[in-house]
Design a protein around this ligand. Sequence first.
Ligand SMILES: [Zn+2]
Length: 420
Amino acid sequence: MSAIAETLLGWIAAEQDALVTLLARFVAIPSPNPPGDTRAAAAFLLAQLRAAGVPAELRAAKPDLPNIVATLGTGGPHLVLNGHIDVFPAGPAAGWTRDPFSGAVADGRVHGRGVADMKCGTAAAVATTVLLHRLGAKLPGRLTLTCVSDEETGGTYGAQWLLQSFPDECRGDCMLNGEPTAGTIRFGEKGTLRLIFEISTPGAHAAYTHLSRNAIRVAARLVADLAALESLVGEPPEGVQHAIAAGRGALDAALGAGAGAIMDRVTVSPGVIAGGVKINMLPGDCRLEVDIRLPVGLSHATLMAALSKILRRYPQARMTPVWTHSHEATFSDPAHPMVGILQNAAAGLLGGAPPQPVISLGASDAKHWRDAGVPSFLYGCHPNNMARADEYVDVAEYLHVLRVHALAAAAFLSGQAPFP
Ligand SMILES: [Zn+2]
């Protein structure tokens, strides 16, 4: 094991209780988005960093959406750590067996909304920064920590704003993020396209079906026709194709059978439908909201061309893409050195097969770094009850994620693998 890795693992072992308390207290400060006010949770992380002597600052595009930036060292290479502070709303309290923001440490787990997505990963990034700061002059290269607000609503005032406003500090040569990845490494993510369809017909008395098309029936037929988009295929570069083929089993194991199969497929999910006024009135309006995910190598433009052919059959439908919440698929090189470093660290710590690089089905702030040309990778915990009641993370897994991030950060900066 490298000398730096040995030092870092020694510190983590000695300070395990305090590191778990850091996560538990972070979870106990609610930061649901919406509404997205992260001031208290950000203040907590800032205080933790400053107490450890890390020169951390708040940068905010909007006062209630503060971001934290801290840079150590001045040389190269430059690694950026990123995590988000905001979390999903808790949902109905009745579903939870504990207070959703208890931050309780019980049964070998830390409990609460947002602990998996992604306070585990953000706490690991903060702790990694504190530990690497302690290396002082022994720290090679440059490390920048970015803890952001506004991830759950797209990152406009978080990651995207930081990258645009402070490119020298926040871009780096590589970005590492601890979103839940369930034991895989994510080197890319599928694209998103949100569409709203408004269907208008004259409407009529429900008995006078000869006078008007029924907007709900038109919408139902349109939903059925949109499924044809799922047969479109992407044309990813060869290296990405190989990684996808090799990673299908790992993604099935991580997210359930079938996940690997849709890694490189279009998926269409109508999420909201609303139409009609009364049972005996033939509806003249129906509104559909549809979420489409695109594989790497299939652009919005290609999908929109296929969509416009379908829409020619629906003169009653008006389509509005929600571009503010749509994004092309992004990827980094699955053979980038950071992938090897994460594999070396994870397999060296846990034994067994190294984690596989795969494409995320969902989106993350990594897309903003990839847009800026920065290779970006994710490694984090299992998404236990993510976006549902009783979200939790195993204490052992949190500490593992922290060890991997600390070792990987040190290895990237020093050019020396943690394990031989
Ligand atoms: Zn997340």
